[in-house]
Design a protein around this ligand. Structure first.
Ligand SMILES: Nc1ncnc2c1ncn2[C@@H]1O[C@H](COP(=O)(O)OP(=O)(O)O)[C@@H](O)[C@H]1O
Ligand SMILES: [Mg+2]
Length: 242
């Protein structure tokens, strides 16, 4: 299976003495698609940033393993973080010399062939996220880290992006960790769903339903309710009665 293996051993993170994550143990297999859900402020982005090496753990150890080389890790966020002064092609080729063929290929794969010379400002939010996805995937990362990448998109565009991501991963499997507040998105895409709350992993759910999955699948509905219960019972998230 292609992709990096990820292992966290007793990983903790505090900011200014305040503990956010406490002694997390986690093993992610190569090629696994893991989603992280949890209440806002639970430390989901922090966990992702630790795995990306953008934050240093306050305690514990994180290891990434890819076969035969240092694991390539790419991130994608809710904001596209494109460079406005570069074209679509220029954004995808950022940091690469040449590689025109690959850039054109990946732009075709994300449905943007013909828009290479346009600038981000002229594109819809969904298309800008397609560019951001292409920019991550052109590196053939062993590990793709996605922090609510479709969170700002409208429902239809989001559904299209979920489908696109699924197709791209089917063609080129790799390890993925997706932070999402959308439980349905997690259920549609993941092999495994982690619920992060109170500084730890409160649920670790393996979900091996065949793909493509359908929103109307009763198995999804049951799990969705279960996971939403887990989210709602999180401290500070108990809905107020009007
Ligand atoms: N660089 C930082 N400095 C101080 N506090 C931080 C920093 N990054 C995150 N935090 C705090 O850590 C907690 C978890 O943040 P975050 O991982 O962004 O949560 P989530 O992504 O689950 O919403 C929050 O209380 C946040 O304010
Ligand atoms: Mg976050």
């Amino acid at each position: 299976m292609s992709g990096a293996e990820v292992s966290l051993r007793s990983v903790s993170k505090s900011f200014a003495g305040r503990s956010v994550l406490h002694k997390i143990d986690l093993d992610i297999a190569a090629g696994q698609f893991v989603s992280i859900i949890g209440p806002s402020g639970a430390g989901k982005s922090t966990l992702l940033r630790l795995v990306a090496g953008l934050e240093t753990p306050s305690g514990g150890r994180i290891e990434l393993r890819a076969t035969g080389h240092v694991a390539d890790v790419r991130l994608m966020f809710q904001e596209d973080r494109l460079l406005p002064w570069r074209t679509v092609l220029g954004n995808v080729q950022l940091g690469l010399k040449g590689r025109d063929r690959e850039a054109f290929d990946i732009l075709r794969a994300v449905g943007l062939r013909g828009r290479e010379s346009e600038f981000p400002i002229g594109l819809s939010g969904g298309r800008r996220q397609r560019v951001a996805l292409a920019r991550a995937l052109i590196h053939e990362p062993d590990l793709l880290l996605l922090d609510e990448p479709f969170g700002a998109l409208d429902a239809i565009t989001r559904a299209a992006m979920q489908l696109l991501l699924e197709q791209l991963l089917a063609a080129r499997p790799r390890t993925v960790v997706l932070v999402t507040h959308d439980v349905e998105e997690a259920l549609l895409l993941s092999d495994r769903i982690l619920l992060v709350k109170d500084g730890g992993i409160a649920r670790d759910l393996v979900f091996d339903r065949p793909r493509p999955r359908h929103r109307g699948d009763p198995a999804l509905a049951t799990l969705k309710e279960d996971l939403l219960d887990g989210l709602l019972s999180a401290e500070g998230n108990i809905p107020a009665v009007a």
